[in-house]
Design a protein around this ligand. Structure first.
Ligand code: NAD
Ligand code: GLY
Length: 362
């Protein structure tokens, strides 16, 4: 079996390992067995992912001696809610999972978020393992312990910080991922370059074709480096009292676009891509970053085929009012993650509405 790359998320007694390799789903059972969990185990997935990878995962867990059953929720962000959390909890109770049991999340960020949330509240918390199958979940959502579901009044508004025991990342699963979903993961990878590591940004500039072709060594490098950066940030500020907010670069404007377009026109990573470019322009409008760096960020986003401009026809006042509702905003004071250089960002409070409008309406 490919030994792959390993990244440790250092959180004292809540530390865990991220294993990144090709074709490792059949090795999951043996690794999970090493934790000494109770013998009854649940896999949560959706019909799309389970149809592709369920048999391999369940087979591996059974071979390792687990009594294993699966819980499916329909495929889509709209099912990441309380109703389906309740369904998961009901099934865990029915199958009598105990406090030492483990729940495995097999899927993208939707499955990871809802499963982690259910695991965090079931009997006040049982073990959970992330098996992320989208690029976005492999570089972002499976790491760092943010779990949660949506509420009719706001996305991701209900949730917990609850770390998995293991993240088991099979890069081969990306071969079946639709291209648009792949690009959403790439948007988050570009984010890490801008917020933390200019060399990594260079790497993304130089390896575009290889990454889009899913070349294994390049994939492993970008997933490992993304996870290392996220692990570093999370280990310094697990519960987002400060630094962790930098992971939201591009997200304030991105969320506003998603809300204004009713979550139908853009996928999350696409909205974040536009948000990253516009936040760079905002940085320029506020005299923080020079125009040549804004152009470099814009060019990289564009080179990967991601959107970077605000779509026409959106009402700027309404967008700004959504930004005021952002989870980072306190008492309506708008806070933005703004790049200073490629590789360094700041969290800027008190951003003026006039500057935002100037930057995004250009
Ligand atoms: P997703 O989970 O909806 O997956 C996207 C689509 O790809 C789905 O249709 C899914 O069934 C399909 N899919 C998954 N793996 C596949 C594969 N290998 N082959 C073929 N199809 C596959 O979307 P996502 O982008 O992975 O995650 C988005 C979610 O993640 C959002 O709910 C967002 O709020 C959340 N998120 C959470 C965090 C966090 O820190 N917890 C961070 C970022 C995003
Ligand atoms: N995706 C942002 C975070 O995990 O903090």
């Amino acid at each position: 079996m490919d030994k792959g790359e390993k990244v440790k998320v250092d959180l004292a007694e809540r530390s865990y390992e991220i294993v990144i390799a090709g074709d490792i789903l059949s090795g999951l059972g043996e690794r999970v067995r090493s934790f000494g969990f109770s013998p009854v185990l649940a896999v949560v997935s959706n019909p799309t992912v389970f149809g592709l990878y369920g048999e391999r995962v369940i087979g591996s867990l059974k071979e390792a001696g687990f009594t294993c059953f699966h819980i499916l929720i329909p495929d889509g962000e709209e099912y990441k809610d309380y109703f389906w959390t309740y369904h998961i909890l009901t099934e865990l109770l029915r199958k009598k999972l105990d406090r030492n049991s483990c729940v495995v999340a097999l899927g993208g960020g939707v499955i990871g978020d809802i499963t982690g949330y259910a695991a965090s509240v079931y009997m006040r918390g049982v073990h959970f393992v992330q098996v992320p199958t989208t690029l976005l979940s492999q570089v972002d959502s499976s790491v760092g312990g943010k779990t949660g579901v949506n509420h009719a009044l706001g996305k991701n508004m209900i949730g917990t910080f609850y770390q998995p025991r293991l993240v088991w990342t099979d890069i081969t699963a990306l071969k079946t991922l639709p291209k648009r979903e792949l690009l959403c993961g790439i948007a988050e990878i570009i984010k890490y370059g801008v917020i933390w590591d200019e060399k990594f940004f260079d790497f993304m500039e130089r390896n575009r074709e290889a990454l889009l072709d899913l070349q294994e060594d390049v994939l492993k490098t970008v997933i490992r480096r993304s996870c290392e950066i996220k692990a570093e940030v999370v280990s310094r500020d697990e519960r987002e009292s400060g630094l962790r907010a930098i992971l939201n670069y591009g997200h304030t404007i991105g969320h506003a676009i998603e809300t204004e377009t009713g979550y139908s026109r853009f996928l999350h990573g696409e909205a974040v891509a536009v948000g990253m470019h516009l936040a760079a322009r905002l940085s320029e409008a506020m005299g923080i970053m020079g125009s040549e760096k804004v152009l470099r960020i814009q060019s990289l986003i564009k080179a990967y085929g991601l959107p970077y401009e605000l779509p026409s026809g959106l009402d700027i006042d309404r967008l700004v009012s959504h930004m005021r509702m952002d989870k980072k905003a306190v008492a309506s004071e708008m806070k933005f993650v703004l790049p200073e250089e490629i590789g360094t960002v700041r969290i800027q409070r008190g951003v003026r509405e006039a500057d935002i409008k100037r930057a995004i309406a250009q």
